[in-house]
Design a protein around this ligand. Structure first.
Ligand code: CP
Ligand code: NVA
Length: 330
């Protein structure tokens, strides 16, 4: 049966079958081809979408806005301070108000329960643009990038280094399990995905012919990896006081040239971005002044090196978010 996602929410990849995820990836590739060929694809002319951002963003916001415009839609951006949400109006009320005006709602913010509540009360599709627990649109861009580099990704291995229990680490474990990609979370025991999610993903992975490895050992973690992935050590919404503890815990998992040399010979480096790979950011400089580290989760050498696919990955955010909006609104 053909995949039909019209009217569906996009809250986390646990809600989607492997066939549905593969369909979104195929649609993304097709929409990317059209964009690069400058073929018009204003399939949703005249529709309107609301973009709620309770946390800041560059890639996700720009992806939703550009994708909406390419599809012929108008997007309204609600910034972290400029709306009533959470202060004067509940998520449930906001959902019902926005459903009267918009055809779809994106939400970036705090607990996954907030986006789930928004979806429960909204009568239009709701898309998760990042919560504390999951970052599902990022996953489509990541797998599309791997497909562009490697072709079929089944049987490949992706290793996440560092803060593996964060939204990106959790989500990578889910998408890899769904698509038959071996996944390794490589970091300290304190920063791993929850035991429940690991168990759930191991069961999904075994149905799809892949494995989930949880390890504190860098050699074991990256051995045979086609993709070495990392993310910042303190995520949005976490207090700055955590930097000292995280640096202590996560420094052994910094992605260096030596770490990359332990992965597969054709391994690529991936990162959702933004990244602290040098001192050219306010936070990067503050951390340097306090702790003396000029680069954090990845060295500048790896970030800027030939194996790095981070900007291709960032560009793929737009094509994949366009696919999610089109598939759920058409
Ligand atoms: N990767 C990502 O979500 O980036 P932004 O925070 O800039 O949206
Ligand atoms: N883990 C990061 C991802 C940013 C795209 C954060 O939540 O800040």
């Amino acid at each position: 049966m053909a995949v039909d996602l019209s009217g569906r929410d996009f809250l986390k990849l646990l809600d989607f079958t492997p066939e549905e995820i593969r369909y979104l990836l195929e649609l993304s590739a097709e929409l990317k081809r059209k964009k690069l060929a400058r073929e018009p694809h204003r399939y949703l002319e005249g529709r309107n979408v609301a973009l709620i951002f309770e946390k800041t963003s560059t890639r996700t916001r720009c992806s939703f806005e550009v994708a909406a415009a390419d599809l012929g839609m108008h997007a309204v951006y609600l910034d972290p301070s400029g709306s009533q949400i959470g202060k004067k109006e509940s998520i449930a009320d906001t959902a019902r108000v926005l459903s009267e005006m918009f055809d779809g709602i994106e939400y970036r913010g705090f607990g996954q329960d907030r986006v789930e509540t928004l979806a429960e009360y909204a009568s239009v599709p709701v898309w998760n643009g990042l919560t504390n627990e999951f970052h599902p649109t990022q996953m489509l861009a990541d797998v599309l990038t791997m497909q562009e580099v490697f072709g079929d990704v089944r049987g490949r291995k992706l290793t996440f280094m560092g803060d593996a229990g964060n939204n990106v680490g959790n989500s990578l474990m889910v998408v890899c399990a769904k698509l038959g990609i071996d996944f390794a979370a490589c970091g300290p025991a304190e920063q791993m995905p929850s035991a429940d999610l690991v168990e759930q993903c191991r069961a999904i992975a075994s149905e799809n012919g892949s494995t989930v490895t949880i390890t504190e050992d860098v050699d074991e973690g990256v051995a045979g990896a086609s993709a070495v992935y990392t993310d910042i050590w303190v995520s949005m919404g976490e207090p700055a006081e955590l930097w000292a503890k995280r640096i202590e815990l996560l420094s052994p998992y910094q992605v260096t040239a030596e770490v990359m040399s332990k992965a597969a010979p054709d391994a690529i480096f991936m990162h959702c971005l933004p990244s602290f790979h040098d001192r050219n950011t306010a936070i990067g400089e503050q951390v340097y002044e306090k702790f003396g580290l000029p680069e954090l989760e990845v060295t500048n050498e790896v970030f800027e090196g030939p194996r790095s696919r981070v900007f291709q990955e960032a560009g793929n955010r737009m094509h994949t978010i366009k696919a999610v909006m089109y598939a759920t609104l058409k």
